[in-house]
Ligand binder design. Structure first.
Ligand SMILES: Cc1ncc(COP(=O)(O)O)c(C=O)c1O
Length: 377
């Protein structure tokens, strides 16, 4: 099967926006339709099978990030919720600090800035002009650094960080390591254990090609007790389906299930399970190879166009699926609007135009986007 045939994209559409909201594969569309049909005909009669899908999804998520155990995985609503569970669950003392790249997406900035009034220092460290972004972050850490939080791949210009190096530095310094993985999970290999990650969060709607609103949340087993719980509900209990126990009989789940408060998003779970199943069947290693080949193709193509300045890193190892650029001498907002009007789905980010094809994007479609950029004056 050719990679594009897993999708049913309209021939007119050039979808270069997986860093925003991805299209769903056919298998995911069909799963959602089947779920809706089943629900409308027999309601929740097969609820037990929904629970099985929920468990299967957690197992797939654990595989995707190489978690040691599925007990380290919870399914939350989105990345922002996951980051909030961490930020407000940790007991951070006044005088301690948190290090965050200054170029992070708002979700991974404001959540930490919200701790400022508790006397916690937030160190926003710019990586923009750094030759060694990891060293810049490590240099910003000291013995009071409680946590480093960064994206695996920066949302605007696509800088990819060396997570193993950062994780090692955190471990050495006794600092917790939190990774916003939304811009790489589903596109790039990821190893939570090798990266010494304590927390990993990512919604499924970008590179995992699933609907918005269902997110992976990983909390390393030995760090789960460090997060106090601020969301409560039946689903966090050890015996979630034993509704009648007395107050004294309430036992919070020993696993990451404790971070899930109430009814799961069963339709989103079914959809993300289908998408992840596809990606894992194809193989993340192969997907990563194709994603990088598509980025290389775009970088080469853009370099052939007059007046293009690529804002993204172009050194191998420093980028994943995002290529952001400007065309000198033209209004780039107008260029962006021109692309959108001609069915090139992309984004205006980081002061430029962001293209983010996935493994299934054909070169022929990228050529159409490049021609439009070339022809725009
Ligand atoms: C790096 C990064 N983190 C977080 C988010 C937002 O995630 P969510 O909507 O799942 O909270 C985005 C969305 O663009 C993002 O690029």
């Amino acid at each position: 099967m050719n990679d594009s045939s897993y999708f049913d994209l309209d021939d007119n559409i050039v979808h270069l926006n997986h860093a925003a909201v991805a299209p769903w594969p056919i298998v995911t569309r069909d799963t959602v339709i089947a779920f809706a049909r089943e629900n409308s005909r027999i309601g929740s009669q097969r609820y037990a099978s929904w629970l099985e899908t929920e468990q299967q999804l957690k197992e797939k998520m654990a595989r995707l990030i190489n978690a040691e155990s599925v007990d380290e995985i919870a399914v939350l609503k989105n990345t922002s919720e996951g980051l909030s569970v961490i930020a407000h669950g940790l007991h951070i003392e006044p005088g301690e600090n948190i290090v965050v790249p200054d170029e992070e997406f708002p979700s991974n900035r404001i959540v930490w800035l919200a701790l400022h009034n508790k006397g916690v220092e937030i160190r926003l460290v710019s990586l923009e002009d750094s030759d060694s972004p990891e060293q810049t972050l490590i240099d910003a850490m000291d013995q009071n650094t409680r946590l480093l939080s960064c994206s695996s791949v920066q949302y605007a210009k696509g800088l990819r960080l060396d997570l193993a190096r950062l994780g090692e530095a955190c471990q050495h310094n006794g600092t917790l390591f939190c990774i916003d993985g939304i811009q790489s999970l589903g596109a790039m290999r990821f190893d939570a254990q090798a990266f010494h990650a304590d927390f990993v969060v990512a919604d499924g709607h970008k590179w995992m090609c699933a609907p918005e609103g269902t997110a992976l949340f990983y909390c390393r087993r030995d760090k789960q007790d460090q997060l106090s719980l601020h969301q409560h509900g039946w689903h966090m209990l050890q015996d979630a389906f034993e509704f009648s126990h007395s107050h004294e009989g309430v036992v919070i789940a020993e696993t990451a299930q404790r971070f899930e408060s109430g009814s799961p998003n069963m339709m989103g779970i079914a959809a993300l399970d289908a998408s992840l199943g596809l990606l894992l069947d194809i193989g993340i290693e192969d997907i990563e190879r194709l994603v990088l080949a598509n980025s290389d193709y775009l970088i080469r193509g853009l370099k052939h166009i007059d007046d293009i300045e690529i804002l993204s890193p172009t050194k191998r190892g420093r980028y994943a699926g995002i290529t952001t650029f400007i065309k000198q001498g033209v209004d780039n907002v107008k260029l962006y609007q021109h692309l959108q009007a001609n069915n090139v789905i992309c984004a205006h980010r980081g002061g430029g135009i962001r293209f983010s094809p996935h493994f299934h994007t054909e070169q022929e479609r990228m050529d159409r986007a490049l021609e439009l950029v070339d022809g725009f004056a």
